[in-house]
Design a protein around this ligand. Structure first.
Ligand code: CP
Ligand code: NVA
Length: 300
């Protein structure tokens, strides 16, 4: 089986550091590997994307390869033929497959049956490339690799779950401020707590979550595939908006993160998003660098 990146816990802590080092050297222009020269990377998208599509396509080009944009309309993954059959066939053409889809199990299936690496570009359950890129952004801004208090405020979703996965590898204080009905995945939460690596705290009080934080992180209240629940989620989560008032509870040099796209005026105000604490566009840029590092790592 090829080396895939379906979730952060597919890596060891040492491998996470190796990916950060690779990312750093590529971003600084110290190395420019071309592991995909003469090769094609298939990029399967069953959901919309700005950052993921453009950063993967650009990164693949910079790594010497060509990218192929594949939508549900062409391949109907798991419907026209089994995922196992599709995985075997795609492996005969492609060097790596990046996939963004709804079902995390489908991505696990693809990785199980493919002979080439599978890279998860977001599922309903996780968004591992995003959180590795965000942690790299945090390292850049703070100049150290650990000892952070990270407060996630808002909907317990694929972003929260990926932070929990990272917290089971890298020691941190990870405090989640969310409502009882919007908690992250129970299984991932339990595994992160049982890993005993980080201090994980869940509270329904947003101020308690962000007290003394180095990072406040938020995301949309209704993710892709849940937009019909937008109003219900907004009423559950309205007290979890990241605004100037909430920011006062964190450290004075706290940074504010958001994976984007943001719904300004809902989970985050314009003042915070455009303010001096926000690093949201650095996060977006670092998607390119971290994914180049991940794609290089899985090919090694
Ligand atoms: N953050 C992120 O994955 O953005 P896109 O949905 O635009 O790819
Ligand atoms: N939680 C969001 C992240 C988008 C990058 C979603 O899944 O829609």
């Amino acid at each position: 089986m090829a080396r895939s990146f379906v979730q952060i816990t597919d890596l060891t802590p040492d491998e996470v550091n190796e990916v950060f080092n690779l990312c750093d050297r590529m971003k600084k222009g110290e190395i420019a590997p071309k592991p995909y020269a003469g090769k094609t990377v298939g990029c399967i998208f069953h959901k919309a994307s700005l950052r993921t599509r453009i950063s993967f396509e650009t990164g693949i080009f910079q790594l010497g390869g060509q990218s192929l944009y594949i939508t549900e309309k062409e391949i109907s993954l798991g419907k026209r033929e089994t995922i196992a059959d599709a995985a075997k066939v795609l492996s005969r053409y492609l060097a790596t497959i990046m996939i963004r889809t709804f079902s995390h199990d489908d991505v696990e299936q693809l990785a199980l049956h493919a002979d080439v690496p599978i890279v998860n570009g977001l599922t309903d359950l996780t968004h591992p490339c995003q959180i590795l890129g965000d942690y790299y952004t945090l390292i850049e801004h703070k100049g150290r690799r650990d000892d952070f208090k990270i407060a996630y405020v808002g909907d317990g979703n694929n972003i929260t779950n990926s932070w929990l996965n990272l917290a089971s590898l890298i020691p941190m204080k990870f405090h989640i401020g969310t409502a009882a009905d919007t908690s992250p995945d129970k299984d991932i939460l339990k595994k992160a707590q049982e890993a005993g690596v980080s201090e994980i705290m869940l509270t329904d009080d947003p101020k308690e979550a962000v007290a003394g934080a180095d990072v406040i992180y938020t995301d949309v209240w209704a993710s892709m595939g849940q937009k019909d629940q937008a109003e219900e989620k907004a009423s559950l989560l309205k007290q979890y908006q990241v605004n100037d008032e909430l920011l006062k509870q964190a450290k004075a040099d706290c940074i504010v993160m958001h994976c984007l796209p943001a719904e300004r005026g809902r989970e985050i105000t314009d003042e915070v998003m455009d303010g001096p604490h926000s690093v949201v566009f650095d996060e977006a840029e670092n998607r390119l660098h971290i994914q180049k590092a991940i794609m290089t790592f899985v090919m090694e």
